[in-house]
Every structure is written in structure tokens, then in C-alpha cells.
Design a protein around this ligand. Structure first.
Ligand code: PAF
Length: 293
């Protein structure tokens, strides 16, 4: 595996290849990242990954400084899954001057959910991903692979690629989970042992809410006006799910049922594809997860 520290080195190593497959990361690689890399491998003629902890997507009070940096271990893992080129630039290389030109995602997508609780987050993500794409896909086409755990992120990046007509195929792969169901995340390492044992409660709450939505959809299919079946109250179910999490010691930011297409809220269950998304803090650690319905 070649480790490119500069944009020039990266381009030199990727240029001979017609179709790079790219998995961008912030490092501290776990099985979730590795599964993205394994899927990406046969999709292109060179497997490229990046490790860059992107300051632009952290708020001042967030964990930019303490974000786990495990470069040697990451390199060993990348090598083991057949990564050909790792792009690991310094901040001075990727942002040689303050990044005053930014990619501003549609507020309707980017200022809700994660964007409401982390203002500017998706501007930071889109800006760095656009820049990484322009470094990796200098020759044009390719494929980039993201995880479904960051549901809103992958949706916004898809829209970015579509609206800027980038010749890049975006692939989203299912969330990798620990044996108990906890979604793998670099931030799981902040959890104490008792918190780790409890952490699965977030995905359990999302699964339970998704099950209610599915049941409501099935009931609705059968119900007739004469049956008098009460309509499923989405807002009440969301509020109850948040209250249950609070009772277990969490501080939820949101647990909500949304349309998969644009993450807009629903007032009642319909046949269109839905997703239940949640973000909550357990102690100082903020976790996110989602379940498609
Ligand atoms: O999902 C991540 O790890 C980051 O948001 C990304 C896409 C690498 C951009 O910094």
C-alpha cells in the first residue's frame, strides 16, 4: 500500500487507473470501515482510502482534539483488506489556506436532524468530500462507498454528486453492528464499560419504533373505515420512544420517523419507504443510528 501525504503523490499513483474505488474515513478504522473497503475492492481498478480528521465538520466544543488517531493500526488494517493507496494528508496539505470556498448543502436536507444539533456539520462534510473527490477522481469517474449509519450524510452526498453532475457512483452499505446490535462507530470507544453494556438501548429503541411503524402500516392495509381502527400517532410514538430512552438515563436529541427520500417528517404512515433515525447522548458520548422500515 502506498501512503500518499500530498495531493501530487496521490494523483501520481491514482492517475494510471480508470476507475478508482474510494472509501473516505477519519481513521480509527473498525470492522464497519473494513466491510466498506472489502465491498469497494472489486468495484474499481484501484482501492483508495483516506484518513483525515476534518476540522471543518467539528463544532468548537466537539471532540476534534480527542478524536481517536490510530494511524499505525489503521495502516495494518488497510493493508490487510487490500487497500492500494492511502491518502493521509496533513491539515496544511489539504487546507493550505483557510478554506473560504465551501460547499453549502440544501438547508432543507442539511439543517435538520444532525444539522440542527451540529450546525455547519454538513457544510464541513460536503466541503471536505468534494475536495477529496477532486483529489482522488482527478481522472473523472469512479465509485465512492459510504456507510448507512451516517444516513443523512450519505443522502446529502448523493444529492451533492447529482447536482454537481460528478461522474461518481455513490454506494451505501448496511451498518455493521456488534453482536448485541450496537452500530460500530469510532466514538464507541468513549463509552465506559457500563455505558457500553447499555449502549444497545439506542438501536433497540429504533427497532421498537420501526416495528410499531411496520405494524401500523400493515394494520392500515387491512383497516376499513368501518373497522374504526385508530390511526397510528407518529408524534406520540416518537415522544414515547424518547421518554423511554430518557428513563434509561439517555439524553436524546431526536428519535423520529422520516421519509427515506428526503428525510421529511410524516404525520401518518403511508406505503412510501421510511427510516427511523435517532441521536442520543449516553454520558458524554453522542451516538447516532437508524433503521429502515
Ligand atoms: O463519515 C466520515 O467518516 C466523515 O464524515 C467523512 C465522510 C470521512 C468526511 O470527513
Amino acid at each position: 500500500m502506498f501512503i500518499a501525504r500530498t495531493v501530487a503523490e496521490l494523483r501520481q499513483h491514482v492517475a494510471p487507473h480508470a476507475k478508482p474505488a474510494f472509501v473516505p474515513t477519519m481513521g480509527n478504522l473498525h470492522e464497519g470501515h473494513l466491510s466498506l473497503l472489502r465491498h469497494a475492492k472489486p468495484m474499481g481498478d484501484v482501492l483508495v482510502s483516506s484518513i483525515f480528521v476534518n476540522r471543518l465538520q467539528f463544532l468548537p466544543h466537539e471532540d476534534f482534539d480527542s478524536y481517536p488517531r490510530t494511524f499505525e493500526d489503521d495502516c495494518a488494517r488497510l493493508q490487510a483488506v487490500g487497500c492500494d493507496v492511502l491518502f493521509a494528508p496533513t491539515e496544511a496539505e489539504l487546507y493550505p489556506q483557510p478554506q473560504t470556498f465551501k460547499v453549502l448543502p440544501d438547508p432543507a436536507l442539511a439543517n435538520i436532524l444532525e444539522g440542527e444539533f451540529r450546525p455547519g456539520f454538513f457544510t464541513g462534510v460536503c466541503t471536505v468530500v468534494m475536495k477529496l473527490f477532486s483529489c482522488v477522481f482527478a481522472g473523472g469517474a469512479g465509485v465512492a462507498v459510504f456507510g448507512q449509519k451516517d444516513y443523512q450524510q450519505q443522502l446529502i452526498l448523493r444529492e451533492m454528486v447529482r447536482q454537481f453532475a460528478l461522474p461518481i457512483q455513490i454506494l451505501t452499505l448496511p451498518t455493521t453492528r456488534a453482536a448485541d446490535g450496537l452500530a460500530l462507530s469510532s466514538r464507541n470507544m468513549y463509552l465506559s464499560a457500563p455505558e457500553r453494556a447499555q449502549a444497545v438501548q439506542l438501536s433497540a429503541a429504533l427497532q421498537a419504533l420501526a416495528a410499531q411503524v411496520r405494524a401500523a402500516g400493515a394494520m392500515q392495509g387491512k383497516a376499513t373505515a368501518a373497522s374504526g381502527a385508530a390511526a397510528f400517532n407518529v408524534a406520540a410514538a416518537e415522544a414515547a420512544a424518547m421518554q423511554d430512552l430518557r428513563a434509561q438515563g439517555w439524553q436524546p436529541d431526536y428519535l423520529t420517523v422520516r421519509r427515506q427520500s428526503d428525510l421529511s417528517p410524516i404525520t401518518h404512515v403511508t406505503a412510501e419507504p421510511l427510516v427511523v433515525l435517532g441521536a442520543a447522548k449516553l454520558g458524554p458520548t453522542r451516538l447516532i443510528d437508524n433503521v429502515e422500515v
